[in-house]
Design a protein around this ligand. Structure first.
Ligand SMILES: Nc1ncnc2c1ncn2[C@@H]1O[C@H](COP(=O)(O)OP(=O)(O)O)[C@@H](O)[C@H]1O
Ligand SMILES: N[C@@H](CCOP(=O)(O)O)C(=O)O
Length: 323
């Protein structure tokens, strides 16, 4: 589920009246997602904005000070031919408003569905879309530090502690030493741009083998482009549990990416360590969430072991994982 806050019909109508999008017709809570509350909103429409929108209320993990960066990025990428929804600005020109102290934004609705079992053709299209974002975002004048980099992942795992990690799974404390090892090898000088950094299948909407939208840019930050490719490789090329690797999917993703932006020899050589760092980022945030979320909470906890298994794979395979 992902509607954490109740908004009455009156609240919604009053909010929608602040935008030039016609009158509210309906608003339905969206079940998918874990971080924010989302509604699919329909209005009577206006010539410039259409009739369907996503209303997002920012609930967790997002600092309000970062919202102008995230929302301006959506507008920039959308204006630069990337499949990214633009934000709808209110009558005063603001990209977001607040209701009872919580920030909300109205975002263009784009069609498409998230796939659970990606094909190679779909992965290729995602690689193309990711590279387009990287190339376009080089001209975006905003910047944001990656607050979930390798050093922070190590700190998060240390803060969880060996005992709590072992209570999730006896193999999980091994991530502590792995994080220190990966941090020691981390390349600090790779070509950077603004990156998505969480491009999982549930953050891509597809129509067949075409990407119709990249969504959920709320971890976007300035970092190495090859790291973003490694995150996407780890997210797309395995089954959810991280037990089975789909070589054809991984290869197609990298090929799609390189059809737009060629990786340098150094970026290619760094992919195995970048992928291990990517895995540790999700091991760490999932372990932290697991410990902080009661077992009977409405939100489904994500298994950190699914990314420790992927990490083992990348360590064992080295560059062969990206052949
Ligand atoms: N611009 C959009 N167009 C169409 N559907 C969207 C759009 N943005 C979000 N959604 C829908 O809302 C769901 C949750 O959005 P998401 O941003 O991933 O939430 P969360 O940040 O909570 O994970 C998505 O899975 C998708 O179904
Ligand atoms: N993709 C991350 C979790 C981030 O959640 P999102 O719903 O905001 O994309 C993971 O799988 O751990």
């Amino acid at each position: 589920m992902a509607v954490y806050t109740h908004l009455s019909a009156e609240d919604l109508a009053e909010l929608i009246a602040q935008y030039d999008v016609g009158r509210l017709v309906s608003a339905k809570g969206i079940a998918e997602g874990v971080s924010n509350s989302n509604w699919l909103v329909e209005t009577t429409g206006s010539a410039s904005a259409g009739t369907r929108f996503i209303l997002t209320m920012y609930e967790r993990r997002i600092e309000i000070e970062d919202l102008p960066f995230f929302l301006a990025l959506l507008d920039f990428l959308s204006a630069h031919d990337c499949p990214v929804p633009r934000t709808i600005h209110d009558r005063q020109g603001s990209a977001f408003r607040t209701i009872d102290g919580k920030a909300v934004a109205l975002i263009e609705f784009l069609p498409g569905v998230s796939v659970d079992h990606p094909t190679a053709a779909q992965a290729r299209a995602v690689g193309v879309a990711l590279a387009r974002v990287h190339v376009a975002a080089r001209d975006f004048d905003g910047a944001r530090t990656n607050t979930l980099g390798i050093a922070e992942s190590r700190r998060v795992l240390e803060a969880c502690g060996e005992v709590a990690l072992a209570a999730i799974d006896p193999r999980l404390p091994a991530a502590l030493a792995l994080a220190a090892d990966v941090e020691a090898q981390w390349p600090g000088d790779l070509p950077a741009s603004v990156i998505h950094s969480d491009l999982f299948p549930d953050n891509v909407l597809m129509l067949g083998a075409d990407v119709s939208a990249l969504i959920d840019f709320y971890f976007a930050c300035t970092d190495a482009m090859a790291y973003d490719l490694a995150v996407t490789h780890a997210a797309w090329s395995f089954d959810k549990a991280g037990e089975t690797f789909s070589e054809d999917v991984g290869t197609a993703l990298v090929e799609g990416y390189e059809s737009i932006r060629t990786l340098s020899a150094r970026e290619r050589a760094c992919l195995p360590i970048l992928a291990q760092g990517a895995c540790l980022r999700f091991v760490a945030s999932r372990a932290e969430d697991w410990i902080g979320t009661p077992a009977d909470a409405l939100v489904t906890r994500k298994d950190p072991m699914a990314f420790l298994r992927r990490l083992d794979f990348y360590r064992a395979q080295g560059t062969a994982a990206f052949a």
